[in-house]
Design a protein around this ligand. Structure first.
Ligand code: 5GP
Length: 233
């Protein structure tokens, strides 16, 4: 079936079923908007298995997504959606860009989850934007945006509980949303150690892509350990 889209970490294909697409997770890892890039055998498998498992748990807990089913170690079927060019970031603990931007100390715990919106545009380096920018750029209507924010915070609740059960802390994450041809807004893309910051509760050791971004360990070993913990749930 024909290739519809190829991104940094995934390929999206048409299927013979109406409204259903096939996603293939690639063995590639990038950081800093592609500035750092490597091939990593087994990464596609791990992110597919992890995302499939997490979307499955979210569904059981009442959060719908585009996920339909995992069909192989590296592939899943999803509902076709048009992705909003929006990266929705939710933070429970300060790390990464918010420390550089606003001077928070790494590890500072926010009293309430903090939601930030970034414009998904590689040429502009995904800038932080406001609700008014979302409207001005015609990214989403105010009703759609409020729906997206509500869902993003629901994801935070469920995902934080999953991590807590694994003795981990959900520091922050980035999610994306799409809209079906029927106008249903759905959580889309992936949820994996590529898109989240996850720390060990006691040691604060990273179980996420920061090990690659900061060159502090093996990405595959880290993701494999995370997957095993998730499997034990
Ligand atoms: P930060 O804004 O601190 O760089 O990222 C916040 C969170 O969102 C982190 O968990 C990070 O992994 C995720 N994130 C932000 N932008 C991207 C992106 O373009 N790709 C991926 N995979 N994750 C992102």
């Amino acid at each position: 079936m024909s290739l519809l889209y190829e991104g940094k970490a995934k390929r999206v294909f048409n299927t013979d079923k109406d409204g259903i697409l096939r996603i293939e997770y690639k063995d590639e890892v990038t950081a800093g908007n592609g500035a750092k890039k490597d091939k990593m055998l087994g990464k596609g498998r791990l992110n597919n298995l992890i995302t499939s498992k997490i979307f499955g748990i979210l569904r059981q807990k009442g959060v719908e997504s585009h996920f339909v089913e995992q069909i192989s170690e590296t592939e899943q079927l999803v509902k076709a959606v048009e992705i909003f060019p929006l990266e929705v970031v939710v933070r429970n603990v300060a790390a990464g860009s918010i420390c550089k931007r606003l001077g928070f100390e790494k590890g500072h715990e926010f009293k309430e989850p903090l939601l930030e919106l970034f414009y998904k545009k590689d040429e502009l380096n995904d800038p932080l934007i406001t609700d008014d920018h979302v409207s001005l750029l015609n990214i989403a209507s105010s009703e759609e945006l409020s729906n997206i924010k509500k869902e993003a915070l629901k994801v935070n609740k469920v995902l934080s509980e999953i991590m807590d059960d694994m003795n981990l802390i959900l520091v922050d994450y980035k999610i994306e949303f799409g809209i079906t041809s029927d106008g249903e807004i759905l959580l889309a893309d992936e949820i994996s150690p590529d898109t989240c910051r996850i720390w060990d509760k006691e040691t604060k050791e990273n179980f996420d892509k920061d090990v690659y971004r900061e060159d502090t360990g093996s990405l595959i070993d880290t993701y494999e350990t995370f997957y095993k913990k998730l499997e034990e749930l």
